[in-house]
Design a protein around this ligand. Structure first.
Ligand code: ADP
Ligand code: MG
Length: 399
C-alpha cells in the first residue's frame, strides 16, 4: 500500500490552523438533513484535531451549484446537524478564502471549529485552479483529507491543497484505505465481485478491468439485463442498455481470457408493471420473459447457485443491488445473498466489503450491514478503487 502521513505524524498542533476536507454532502428533505452518517464518519478526525488544540476549518462541497452561490445549497443548512453530531458549537463562515476567513481564524481559539461555505460555489474548485488553492491555503498551517468518497475527483480542496500544505489522511480516509487494501490489495482467493444496480453505463467500464482481478463475477440488477440482451436473450421491457451490447460482449471475452467465471441469472422474477407485489408477478427462466414483462430481480434458484459459488470464495466485493430492492418482493435476491455473505463472514470464511449508496441501504434493509467486514461510505470512489484506478485525492497524500 502506498504510504501517506496520518494524524499520528502531526507534532504539536496547539493553536495551529487545520484545513480539513470532509464529505458533508448530506441527503436533505424539506430543508432538513435526513441522514448524518457522513458527519459521524468525519467526527473522530475533527474531534481529535480539536482536542489537540488545533483551530479546525472544515471544507466540503454540497450538491452541484456549478461555481455560483446558490442559497439552497449553502453549507449553513447542515450546520445544525454537524453541531449535533460533534456535540460542540461550530462557527459558520460564508467564504472559503480571503479576509473573512482570516478574521474568523483570529476569533477562533485553540480547539474551536468553523465550517466554511460550499467549496463548489467557486468555479476554481472543480477546475482545481491553483489561484483558489493558494488563497484557501493562505489561512492555514496544514491540510487533512478525510473525504475518501470525494477522492476520485481532482478538485482544489480534494487534491490541490495537498500539494501546497503539509498533507495528512484523516481517520476515516485512513480506515477506508486500510480496509480496502486489506480486502482488495492482496485479497485471499478466490475473490467474488457482485455488481448490480442501475448505473449500467458508468459501471460497465469498471467491469472491463475487474474481470482480470476476480475469480467470480456475479452480475445482477439492470446490469445483468444488458448482458443477457447482449447474449441474444429477449429481456422484454427490462431496464437495459442495448447500445452497450458490444462492450458487454467484450467484457465476457475478457473474463473468459482471464479465467473469471461470470454468473448471469438463469432464472428471474418478472412483472408487467413496476409496483409492490404486482398481480402479474412471476418467476421464470430467462428465456421465457415476455415482450411486455420486466426483469426486476434474480430468481430464488439462481440465488442458491450464487450462494454455492460464494461459499467457495474467501473475499467478496459488492456494489449494486441484485434487484429493485426498494419495492417488495424485488428485494428477495439481494436480501438472501446479503444474509449468506454475512453468515460466511461471521464464520470467518469470507472477507466482505460493500460500497455504494443504494447497496449500503440494501444491506441495512437486509439487517446485515454490521455483519460485513467493511462498508465503504463511498460509491464512485469505491468503484474506481475496485477497478484498480489511482484516486487523485489519495495519490496527492502519498509521501
Ligand atoms: P449504488 O448506489 O449502490 O451504486 P446503483 O445506484 O447503481 O447502486 O443502483 C441502485 C438501483 O438499481 C436501485 O434503486 C434499484 O432499485 C435499481 N435496480 C436494481 N435492479 C434493477 C432492475 N432489475 N430493474 C430496475 N432497477 C433495478
Ligand atoms: Mg445509487
Amino acid at each position: 500500500m502506498p504510504t501517506f502521513k496520518k494524524l499520528d505524524d502531526l507534532g504539536d498542533i496547539a493553536g495551529k490552523v487545520a484545513l480539513v476536507r470532509v464529505d458533508f454532502n448530506l441527503p436533505m428533505q424539506d430543508g432538513a438533513v435526513t441522514e448524518d452518517t457522513r458527519v459521524r464518519a468525519a467526527a473522530p478526525t475533527i474531534l481529535e484535531l480539536s482536542a489537540r488544540g488545533a483551530k479546525v476549518l472544515l471544507l466540503a462541497h454540497f450538491g452541484r451549484p456549478k461555481g455560483a452561490r446558490v442559497p439552497d445549497q449553502s453549507l449553513s443548512l447542515v450546520l445544525g446537524a454537524v453541531e449535533k453530531v460533534l456535540g460542540k458549537e461550530v462557527m459558520f463562515v460564508p467564504e472559503v478564502a480571503g479576509d473573512v476567513v482570516k478574521q474568523a481564524v483570529g476569533i477562533l481559539g485553540p480547539g474551536d471549529i468553523a465550517l466554511l461555505e460550499n467549496t463548489r460555489f467557486w468555479p476554481g474548485e472543480e477546475k482545481n485552479d491553483p489561484e483558489l488553492v493558494k488563497a484557501i491555503a493562505a489561512n492555514a498551517d496544514f491540510y487533512v483529507n478525510d473525504a475518501f468518497s470525494a477522492a476520485h475527483r481532482a478538485h482544489a480542496t480534494t487534491e490541490g491543497l495537498a500539494h501546497v500544505l503539509p498533507a495528512y489522511a484523516g481517520r476515516s480516509m485512513q480506515a477506508e484505505l486500510e480496509a480496502l487494501e486489506k480486502a482488495l490489495g492482496n485479497p485471499v482467493k478466490p475473490v467474488a465481485a457482485v455488481v448490480g444496480g442501475a448505473k449500467v453505463s458508468s459501471k460497465l467500464d469498471v467491469l472491463k478491468h475487474l474481470v482480470s482481478r476476480v475469480d467470480h463475477l456475479i452480475i445482477g440488477g439492470g446490469m445483468a439485463n444488458t448482458f443477457l440482451a447482449a447474449n441474444g436473450i429477449d429481456v422484454g421491457k427490462s431496464l437495459c442498455e442495448h447500445d452497450l451490447a458490444d462492450t458487454a460482449r467484450e467484457i465476457l471475452a475478457n473474463a473468459d481470457a482471464s479465467g473469471c467465471i461470470v454468473h448471469l441469472p438463469y432464472e428471474v422474477v418478472v412483472s408487467k408493471e413496476f409496483a409492490a407485489n404486482p398481480p402479474s408477478l412471476r418467476t421464470c427462466n430467462v428465456h421465457e420473459v415476455a415482450a411486455d414483462e420486466m426483469i426486476l430481480d434474480v430468481g430464488p434458484a439462481a440465488v442458491e447457485a450464487l450462494a454455492d459459488a460464494l461459499k467457495t470464495c474467501r473475499t467478496l466485493v459488492w456494489n449494486g443491488p441484485l434487484g429493485a430492492f426498494e419495492t417488495p418482493p424485488f428485494d428477495a435476491a439481494t436480501v438472501a445473498l446479503a444474509k449468506i455473505a454475512a453468515a460466511l463472514t461471521a464464520d470467518g470464511s469470507l472477507v466482505s466489503v460493500a460500497g455504494g449508496g443504494d447497496t449500503v441501504a440494501a444491506l441495512h434493509h437486509a439487517g446485515v450491514a454490521q455483519d460485513f467486514s467493511y462498508i465503504s461510505t463511498a460509491g464512485g470512489a469505491f468503484l474506481e478503487w475496485m477497478e484498480g484506478r489511482e484516486l487523485p485525492g489519495v495519490k496527492a497524500l502519498e509521501v
